[in-house]
Design a protein around this ligand. Structure first.
Ligand code: 1GP
Length: 240
């Protein structure tokens, strides 16, 4: 399976994609079973696994999921230690909205040799943190400031620079549990300038918010927080 090719194919066919984000730190085995059941019932396109806590271990959760779901399991790592050989792919996130070298390239240097040896598909991703109405774990841990929603030009230029550097996906992130998801204006302005697939996440709680993101030009919408209490809430997004 080649995840990137499948994403490009979906974009070409104008098929919107949906990813469920699971933070293993916030799940016991019963909750993971519920996620599996909900995923196998409502068929999202991907499951992303990761958390922003440094000590978060993803290996067990990835192995558990790989044995039970047919969709790609993609790592969404908070740092270089969050790796599992069992995953199908890894979003190799460079936090291009920030100026903390550790999250721009430092963690990547630490992981580079391990990634080269592994068969996990690498998805180089420009990760852009945008104000979401409250301080996000990403901002706190990376010690970077999110880009201001008042400066959509800066957000667009950051995305464009990421694409020019060769990053193959751009991720507009309002932060997990954001009060306000990334606005349609910002998504549309970014979409108008870049050609690579666009991921949008952070604070998306309703089907309407998901549809707004798609309408503005998101190719992949990511939802995590709102499913944590009840994974079957996936139906809100995928049961038509
Ligand atoms: C966070 O973009 C993801 O990194 C998803 O955000 O948890 O708010 O859905 P939520």
């Amino acid at each position: 399976m080649n995840c990137y090719k499948n994403i490009l194919k979906a974009v070409e066919e104008k098929r919107k994609l949906f990813a469920v984000l699971i933070d293993p730190e916030k799940c016991d085995s019963l909750k993971l079973e519920q996620y599996v059941d909900a995923i196998n019932t409502y068929h999202p396109d991907f499951v992303f696994v990761g958390g922003s806590q440094m000590q978060c271990s993803v290996n067990d959760a990835v192995a558990f999921l790989k044995n039970r779901v047919a969709i790609p399991v993609i790592l969404f790592p908070g740092n270089a230690l969050q790796f599992s050989e069992n995953a199908d792919a890894i979003l190799l996130l460079s936090l291009i909205s920030g100026r903390n070298a550790e999250f721009l390239i430092g963690q990547h240097v630490k992981a580079a040799k391990m990634l080269k040896k592994s068969s996990v598909e690498i998805l180089p991703t420009g990760y852009i943190l945008i104000e979401g109405g409250r301080e996000s774990a990403t901002a706190r841990i990376s010690k970077t400031h999110p880009l201001s929603i008042e400066k959509s030009d800066e957000i667009v230029s950051t995305a464009l620079a990421g694409e020019q550097l060769g990053l193959r996906l751009i991720y507009l992130e309002a932060g997990s549990g954001a009060k306000c998801p990334v606005s349609q204006t910002i998504i549309a302005a970014t979409r108008a300038e870049i050609n690579v697939p666009l991921i949008v996440g952070g604070g998306i709680k309703t089907r309407q918010e998901m549809l707004s993101a798609y309408e503005a030009g998101a190719d992949i919408v990511v939802v995590g927080n709102v499913l944590e209490d009840n994974p079957y809430y996936i139906a809100e997004f995928l049961y038509f």
